[in-house]
Design a protein around this ligand. Structure first.
Ligand code: FMN
Length: 386
């Protein structure tokens, strides 16, 4: 039976050749928001992976909206020029569609890169830190910076910054925008009752709390070319008492669908301390995507500890989600889609320069990867003709 995971999916005018998606993965390696040689190496290897789509890391719409000083940004001409070069260079050897996740870190801005966390979470002024901004003037927890509450003018500015970054993303040649409305960053902070204590039209009940994220999503949808998809990473659950629930995610997803959003990825957590994390087992967030897909009738991507090809196949084949995002497994092994395809009896295009290591040509492939090859595979027994 042909694989569903390796079957195409249509998002507006964009056809993904398969449903393996490279999850956005912060690298904290930019300078003033501008991509560096590391990004060429990092994205370069992903571009050869054979995945259906690569979503570039959370990318800030303003310097204030960066999670860390090393976050990628798309708020200056320098940021845009470097990203344009990166996409253009990548296109010379890969036709993989490239998306980008737009983000504002909200009250979780001005924090340290993961490898600097032992020095403390927040970056102080004297080390180049800045005052974050958020829906309400409350820090994530003790020792973190207190955000400035966004007033009406601030909300308009932030919305305009999202739009400006969207226009820049379109000029860079990006195929997809994913809006980050999860993991405790600004748009999630507006959604959650744990972090939004506003008394204006942007707070209060769920409708009020979703207002700003929906306005931003609408503005981004309007600014990005009509034929190109826009998705949103949302929260399945806050995992904190009194926080967002999966029913709230369904309401949000329905509203996003209504304004023309093409897919949602339900992730979870990280908005407030005191998380009651469930057991993190393979596919521990698939049920979020499954319910959101069923009840909001929207295309979904799932994510979270999915690293085995047959598991990813089962998720898509059973209709629990339409796409599977892979994070750490693809950092560990950027050839993950090559091997997943072979394990599922499929063959995908790999760079012509590397074709002699493919199952079709390399007899040792089966032994190295522990899979059974197809009749006629491994035909090139001797690696001659260098
Ligand atoms: C190094 C690293 C960076 C990440 N950066 C982002 C990010 O930029 N945006 C985001 O939404 N999630 C980010 N995540 C979360 C992943 O996209 C993914 O949701 C999570 O790792 C679970 O999937 P996995 O088990 O396949 O890794 C990051 C995770 C890791 C490990």
């Amino acid at each position: 039976m042909p694989s569903k995971l390796f079957s195409p999916i249509q998002l507006r005018e964009l056809t993904l050749s398969n449903r393996v998606i490279i999850s956005p993965l912060c690298q904290f390696s930019a300078v003033e928001g501008t991509a560096q040689p590391w990004h060429w190496a990092h994205i370069g290897q992903f571009a050869q992976s054979g995945a259906g789509l690569c979503i570039l890391e959370a990318t800030a719409t303003s310097a204030v909206g960066r999670i860390t000083p090393g976050c990628l940004g798309l708020y200056s001409d320098e940021n845009e020029a470097a990203l344009t070069r990166l996409i253009k260079d990548t296109r010379t050897f890969s036709s993989m569609p490239m998306g980008l996740q737009l983000d504002h870190a909200g009250r979780k801005a001005s924090t340290r890169e993961t490898w600097n966390l032992p020095k403390g979470h927040s970056v102080p002024d004297e080390e180049g830190g800045w005052t974050p901004e958020g829906p309400s003037p409350e820090p994530f927890t003790q020792g973190w910076r207190t955000p400035r509450e966004l007033d009406e003018a601030g909300l308009k500015r932030v919305r305009d910054e999202f739009v400006e970054s969207t226009r820049r993303a379109a000029r860079c040649g990006l195929d997809v925008i994913e809006i980050h409305a999860a993991h405790g960053y600004l748009l999630h902070e507006f959604c959650s009752p744990l972090t939004n204590h506003r008394t204006d039209a942007y707070g209060g009940d769920l409708k009020g709390r979703l207002r700003f994220p929906l306005e931003v999503s609408q503005a981004i949808r309007d600014a990005f070319p009509k034929g190109k998809p826009v998705g949103v990473r949302i929260t399945g659950e806050d995992w904190v008492d009194g926080g967002l629930t999966l029913d709230d995610a369904v309401v949000f997803a329905k509203a996003l669908k209504e304004i023309g959003i093409d897919y949602v990825t339900p992730s979870a957590g990280n908005v407030a301390p005191g998380m009651k994390l469930p057991k993190v087992t393979p596919g521990y967030m698939v049920h979020f995507a499954e319910k959101v897909k069923r009840e909001a009738n929207i295309t979904t991507m799932t994510v979270g500890m999915i690293y085995e090809a047959h598991h990813a196949e089962e998720i898509v084949a059973s209709g629990k989600a339409d796409m599977v995002a892979i994070g750490r497994a693809i950092m560990d092994n950027p050839r993950w889609p090559w091997h997943a395809a072979t394990a599922l009896g499929e063959r995908i295009d790999i760079p012509k320069q590397y074709a002699r290591s493919s199952p079709q040509h390399w007899p040792a492939y089966a032994a190295v990867h522990g899979v059974t090859l197809r009749e006629g595979d491994g035909v090139m027994s001797h690696a001659t003709r260098e």
